[in-house]
Design a binder for this molecule. Structure first.
Ligand code: ADP
Ligand code: MG
Length: 496
């Protein structure tokens, strides 16, 4: 448990970007041996605050006091020297370095005769790693480690560098359950050592498992600062999104039209077996299944990424032969993939290029796009979907997950897709953006679009779908009207 010695105090921190007040008079403190959760929707200002602390951005307004001393970090180097270490979400260690070399980062320990003492360095690395409860071998190559192990090496490196404050930006997003537990025990060890940890996450369970206190940012302002055991999930969600949880996803009553999409006896190898279902205008049909149930494979086949072994697909009663994604697109299907970064977005292109990219033929002759049309179309979706970015000229890669997702949606809306396939539409997205994505899905339904979605989050399925289809081992094992079923029933069927 934290004692009362204050490690760090940031006060009155304000940061402007062109057109965005990213931080507005924010004050946060951190005590010795304390784990502080930093919460907020995408775009709330968390990363900006951390970048100011780490010296990546200049402190323009406000104060940072570390161990009683006012600091004006002019560079990341000075922040490091003050004992602050940020462990970033996407760890990069491309070089063929060993764990030991990474922990020592270029610095060498020499013995009395002036020779590099690998033995001493190895012993020291091992000591730090075992203090963290880890058995990673110091002479192992970094590239052979799992993401979770790499993180632990980064933490060891921070300890070796005498870090007093360690910041972790969504550390568990790429970890499996076992690695998450290992990370938690490492974090608890840090707490015992008196290190202060700032832990950024939007996963509510984690916050309650690991933090002592939480600070909540919303739209650049600090809206909450509470001891974790004195709050609850409900209160935190309210603080994060600024509205009641129950108001978040009120399912609208949307009129259903004719059947626009139908699948008959669709089979793909032994992964998808004789699947049949239909979708009506204005309807959201969700597919639920555990790992390997075939839901994702089914979507790949429908969108033409994989070729069906047998079966038929109909759009508006007309059979289509989807041998590739282009045919699916031309038939009115839009696909929102699981991994926006890999499939849905061109991160190095700006928003307008991304939004209009599924639709290039209509933007003008050949490769010379009609700039004016492009701008008009992109601006329309930028405003309609409330995309949070400085402008349509912003690079897609610089946006938050929720806003990137909106850009992918915009791309298909621009293409006039009538059947939208959403694969885990809100994975890795915070609470507030989630409900915005749900709202968008329902807006589309009101315009006669039909939505097929695959989700592994039952609360999401129960909140927004009209019907839910459960799959297991490639087969449909149940179909329900969503309001007539519940979490237990669906889970039971999926895992039976
Ligand atoms: P979080 O990490 O909580 O998702 P950020 O700190 O990244 O939030 O962003 C806060 C706000 O500042 C957002 O509106 C974001 O678009 C904006 N922003 C962040 N970095 C930049 C930048 N380099 N240039 C312009 N705007 C930025
Ligand atoms: Mg961030």
């Amino acid at each position: 448990m934290p004692d009362n010695e204050i490690l760090m105090e940031m006060s009155g921190i304000t940061k402007n970007f062109p057109g965005v007040l990213a931080l507005d008079d924010v004050s946060v403190s951190l005590y010795k041996g304390e784990i502080l959760g930093l919460l907020g929707e995408n775009g709330a200002g968390k990363s900006t605050l951390i970048k100011i602390l780490s010296g990546a951005y200049m402190l323009e307004k406000g104060k940072i006091i570390i161990k009683g001393k006012e600091c004006k970090f002019l560079s990341p180097h000075e922040s490091l020297a003050a004992g602050i270490r940020v462990i970033y979400q996407e760890l990069t260690s491309f070089e063929p370095l060993t764990v030991l070399e990474n922990i020592f980062a270029g610095e060498v320990v020499t013995n009395k005769a002036g020779f590099v003492s690998w033995k001493e360095m190895a012993a020291k690395s091992k000591k730090i790693l075992s203090m963290l409860g880890s058995e990673i071998n110091p002479s192992e190559l970094m590239e052979n480690l799992s993401v979770g192990q790499k993180q632990i090496v980064e933490i060891a490196k921070a300890i070796h560098g005498n870090a007093k404050i360690i910041v972790m930006d969504e550390p568990t997003s790429a970890l499996d359950e076992k690695e998450v537990n290992t990370l938690y025990s490492v974090i608890r060890k840090l707490r015992e050592q008196g290190v202060g940890v700032i832990y950024i996450s939007h996963r509510m369970e984690e916050i309650f498992q690991i933090t002592d206190r939480v600070a909540v940012l919303r739209d650049g302002k600090k809206v909450g600062d509470i001891k974790t055991h004195e709050t609850n999930k409900f209160e935190l969600v309210n603080l994060i999104v600024g509205r009641e949880l129950s108001e978040q996803y009120p399912k609208r009553d949307i009129k259903k039209g004719k059947v626009i999409f139908e699948v008959k006896d669709l089979t793909y190898l032994n992964k998808v077996k004789n699947v049949s279902f239909n979708l009506r205008e204005g309807e959201i049909v969700a597919f639920f299944g555990l790992l390997g149930a075939g839901t994702h494979q089914l979507f790949s086949v429908i969108f033409g990424d994989k070729k069906a072994t047998s079966g038929e697909i109909y759009v508006d009663g007309r059979m289509i032969n989807v041998t590739n994604p282009n045919i699916a697109k031309k038939s009115g299907l839009g696909y929102i993939p699981i991994d926006r970064k890999e499939e849905g977005l061109a991160l190095v292109m700006d928003l307008k290029q991304n939004i209009t990219s599924a639709n290039i033929e209509e933007m003008g002759a050949g490769f010379i796009l009609n700039k004016r049309t492009e701008n008009e179309h992109a601006t329309k979706w930028f405003n309609t979907l409330n995309i949070k970015a400085p402008s349509i000229d912003t690079l897609a890669g610089s946006l938050s997950g929720g806003n990137q997702q909106k850009v992918v949606v915009a791309k298909w809306l621009e293409k006039n897709s009538r059947i939208l396939l959403m694969n885990e539409p809100t994975r890795g997205i915070d609470v507030g953006s989630k409900s915005e994505i749900y709202m968008i899905a329902e807006d589309l339904c009101e315009k006669g679009v039909g939505v097929l979605m695959v989700s592994s989050e039952l609360p999401e399925i129960l909140a927004i779908s009209d019907r839910v289809i459960v799959m297991r081992d490639g087969e449909i094992v149940g179909e329900f009207v969503t309001k007539d079923t519940d979490q237990e029933e669906l889970m039971h069927l999926a895992s039976a």
